[in-house]
Structure formats: C-alpha cells, structure tokens
Design a protein around this ligand. Structure first.
Ligand SMILES: [Zn+2]
Length: 210
C-alpha cells in the first residue's frame, strides 16, 4: 500500500488572545489523513463469474451466505474454509442443519475429469443460482480439503479462476505447487479482486440455494 505514514504528525498552533491580555498558543495536532477506502482493483489474469459480460456477486443483503456440510464429520473443515474468507469480511455462516437458503456441501464425490471440487451454478437473467458444492477427496494431498472447499467458496462469491498458482483461485488444485494445510489464506490478488467486485454496483446477483 502506498501510504506515507509518519508517527510524528506536525502540530499547528492557534493563538488565543487571553481576556486579561497576553497570548495563549493552543497546540492542536494535525489530524492523520484518512486513508482512501480500499476499493480493490481488477487483477491481471484473474476472471470473475459473469452473466452476459456483467460480473456476478452476492447482494449485501444475502451475506453472510449460509453453508451446510452434509457430512457432519466435515463440519470443522467447513468452518475453517469459511474462516478463510471471513478474515476479510462477513461472507459465510456455517449452519448445522439444511435450513432454507443454505448451500449444501457434499463430500467424497466422484467428479468428472479428476476435479477436486465443483460448484454447481445455474445462470439466468434474474441471477446466478448456486445449488451446491461437491468435493472429491481422493486425489489431493491430505489436509488440503480446507483449501479445496475455500476455493469453491470463492466461486460462490463470484470469483472465477486466476492464472497465478499462488492464488487461492488458481484454476487447478491438482497443479498447486504447495498446499497450506490448515493455514489457508487468500493472497493479496484474491483480496484485491474480491474487494473490487464487492464495490461494484452494476452486477448480477448470486442467489443462495432457495
Ligand atoms: Zn475452481
């Protein structure tokens, strides 16, 4: 971030004429300049979910998205994956029952073309409807389920794929150079794109499963 920060802000002095004569200098610290709100930026080599060219994202009113692990044993992984995005905003709430609007997450799925995870979404003029997330648990390193699910959750927010292998939204989990295990984090590029997307007004809504 290109901000010039100084711990020692200069003071300026306001002279006051005292009633009995004489002057009093009031020292008033110059207020820190308010940093410009981080509005993110379009990131090179990084795609968004779009409908007819318009980016798609969840409406603020629909956040946090509710997600539900069909396998109760995977509830902890689900929460960890949600936390990856919740570090930078209120994006996901893990629920422990298939309440209306909650996106179901299925595990141990047999997915086409060796995909590690799939988010199923149906696009239409009124919005993009997410019907669920399926995770395949066989051909990726142990401990990486959080990362795979966090990647799929990125799709539900409207992020598509990045060409940068460090980014969480890199196109192929199978080609990732390293897995983060439990310490999954989004990169600055993921963050910047997400922030940009959630500052746009002209978007198509992504709708939860209802
Ligand atoms: Zn993907």
């Amino acid at each position: 971030m290109a901000t010039v920060a100084s711990a020692q802000q200069p003071n300026f002095f306001v002279p006051f004429q005292l009633p009995g004569g004489g002057m009093l200098n009031l020292s008033i610290p110059v207020p820190h300049s308010v940093p410009a709100q981080d509005v993110g930026q379009l990131t090179d080599g990084y795609d968004l979910v779009t409908y007819r060219g318009t980016p798609c994202r969840v409406s603020q009113a629909d956040l946090p998205l509710r997600i539900y692990s069909v396998d109760p044993a995977c509830q902890a992984i689900t929460q960890k994956a949600a936390n990856v995005w919740n570090r930078v905003g209120n994006y996901f709430q893990v629920v422990n029952a298939p309440v209306p609007g909650a996106i179901p997450i299925q595990w141990n799925c047999n997915l086409p073309e060796g995909a590690a995870g799939v988010t199923t979404m149906k696009k239409g003029p009124r919005g993009v409807r997410i019907s669920g997330i399926a995770i395949q648990s066989l051909d990726i390193p142990e401990g990486s389920m959080t990362e795979v699910l966090a990647h799929e959750l990125g799709h539900t927010l409207g992020l598509d794929h990045s060409v940068n292998a460090q980014d969480l939204m890199y196109r192929s989990m199978h080609e990732r150079p390293t897995f983060s295990g439990d310490d999954v984090r989004i990169t600055q590029r993921d963050y910047s794109m997400l922030t940009w997307l959630y500052h746009q007004n002209n978007t198509v809504p992504i709708l939860a499963n209802r």
